[in-house]
Design a binder for this molecule. Structure first.
Ligand code: ATP
Ligand code: MG
Length: 424
């Protein structure tokens, strides 16, 4: 026997029992983004490797060890997107969407990172990305955080918390960089291999280390927030006042640096109690230098990404699996070939008149008893029956499946009325 083919490690199937929860969450997200005036933009899954190296930064986990990179048949180096901001900025520059304009944009789809698969961490995963260009904030910073807070409310999530920090300007960051190098040099023997490697190339990355042996050293390191410039400090204060105004609680986390190189000023993360080790499910921040860095005319930007796998875990833990009510409302049973022909036409007439009706028709024949079993298993409210008797009388049999009412016969117009009541 040939061996069974399996999905690639870390690339998960989302089965039909789970897709209703996913789709329900996605619908709530799309509606909310629409209400806030954000427009969808779709960018390719593949981009040139150089784009990600330049935007994410060479000395990052993603670029150093997580990218799916290969040469195409033409010898060009391509990479499956590990995140969406780079593609957004590339597209914005290419199509002239950024300079002297404001844009509020979003996109949803798969990302790819070669990581160790575990709960809440896979190699293909999905994100909702939201980005705004041309606004210096802090009003837009507050809007974005407010949008996420409303999303969690509308999804009914429990146990989620906002963490906030400011990274200051590029200049204050580079001054801080010197302090940090000085501090870690003093404790060189305590650095792990990764951190030694990053000490002069990108010391801020050391703060992001997940190695528990580094935790104490990192906890005592100088704080970036103590070195930020006056303009960034007042930006941050203004943002905090706005969040207080609308009643969004947060914790200041001076250790929050985020995994990507391009952030400045505001950075934030949402963490969930239900997630265990992978507890951040949404992260974002301001990246005012990125557009110019990628060759466009200087345009401020801010954005965030929600990890949908982790969001779905929180949603399920918060009791949201009830979004999954997608069983049919009616199941059409047809006995005999004449009934099958007329039944298909009846079903189409019902669908014409009741655009919201979820109607499944029996396929593959079978006895009356057999088809009733399938109708019951489908979760439908009603079985509709077309057999010899019904064809002779011109009516349709209707049997409620969820309570013990007897089967009765209805003319087509009366059936439409009945189904209209349950299909709105
Ligand atoms: P982590 O520290 O968990 O690796 P990250 O800082 O690399 O996260 P970001 O690049 O900020 O993550 O991506 C934003 C969100 O995307 C994360 O908060 C998370 O919800 C999700 N995410 C990132 N990587 C993965 C992955 N491998 N599997 C599932 N979700 C992921
Ligand atoms: Mg990561």
């Amino acid at each position: 026997m040939a061996h069974t083919l399996q999905a690639i490690r870390g690339m998960n199937d989302i089965l039909p029992t789970d897709t209703p929860l996913w789709a329900g969450i996605e619908t709530i997200m799309r509606n909310l983004l629409n209400r806030y005036g954000y427009q969808e933009m779709r960018v390719p899954l593949l981009e040139s490797t150089e784009l990600f190296k330049r935007s994410i930064g060479e000395v990052t986990d993603i670029v150093e060890k997580e990218m799916y990179t290969f040469n195409d048949r033409n010898g060009d180096s391509l990479t499956l997107r590990p995140e969406a901001t780079a593609g957004f900025v590339r597209a914005g520059i290419q199509h002239g969407l950024l300079h002297n304009q404001t844009q509020r944009l979003w996109c949803m789809g798969p990302m790819f990172r070669y990581e160790k698969p575990q709960k809440g961490r896979s190699r293909q995963f999905h994100q909702l990305n939201v980005e705004a260009f041309g606004l210096t904030g802090p009003d837009i910073d507050a809007e974005m955080i407010g949008l996420t807070a409303r999303l969690w409310r509308e999804l009914g999530l429990t146990g989620v918390h906002l963490q906030l920090n400011s990274l200051g300007s590029a200049e204050s960051r580079s001054a801080y960089r010197d302090h940090l190098i000085h501090y870690f040099e003093k404790h060189y023997e305590q650095l792990d291999a990764d951190s030694r490697n990053r000490l002069y190339r990108n010391p801020l990355r050391i703060l992001d280390s997940k190695n528990p042996q580094m935790a104490e050293l990192i906890a005592a390191a100088p704080l970036l927030i103590d070195h930020i410039d006056a303009a960034s400090a007042s930006h941050f204060e203004d943002l905090r006042a706005r969040l207080d105004q609308v009643g969004i609680p947060y914790t200041l986390n001076p250790r929050l640096v985020r995994g990507l190189d391009y952030y400045n000023r505001t950075v934030f993360e949402w963490v969930g109690d239900h997630l265990g080790a992978q507890n951040t499910f949404c992260g974002g921040g301001r990246y005012d230098g990125l557009v110019a860095h990628l060759g466009g005319r200087s345009t401020p930007g801010i954005g965030f990404a929600i990890g949908l796998e982790r969001l779905v875990l929180i949603a399920a833990a918060s009791g949201l699996d009830k979004l999954s009510a997608h069983s049919p409302q009616a199941y059409l049973i047809m006995v005999g070939s004449r009934a099958e022909q007329q039944g298909m036409a009846l079903a189409e007439r019902l669908r014409d008149q009741l655009p919201r009706l979820r109607l499944t028709i029996n396929c593959g024949g079978g006895s009356l008893k057999n088809q009733f079993k399938r109708a019951d298993r489908s979760g439908a409210h009603y079985a509709l029956v077309l057999g010899d008797d019904e064809l002779a009388s011109g009516k349709i049999g209707v049997k409620p499946l969820r309570h013990t009412e007897p089967q009765h016969a209805l003319a087509e117009a009366a059936l439409v009325d009945l189904l209209r009541q349950i299909s709105t």
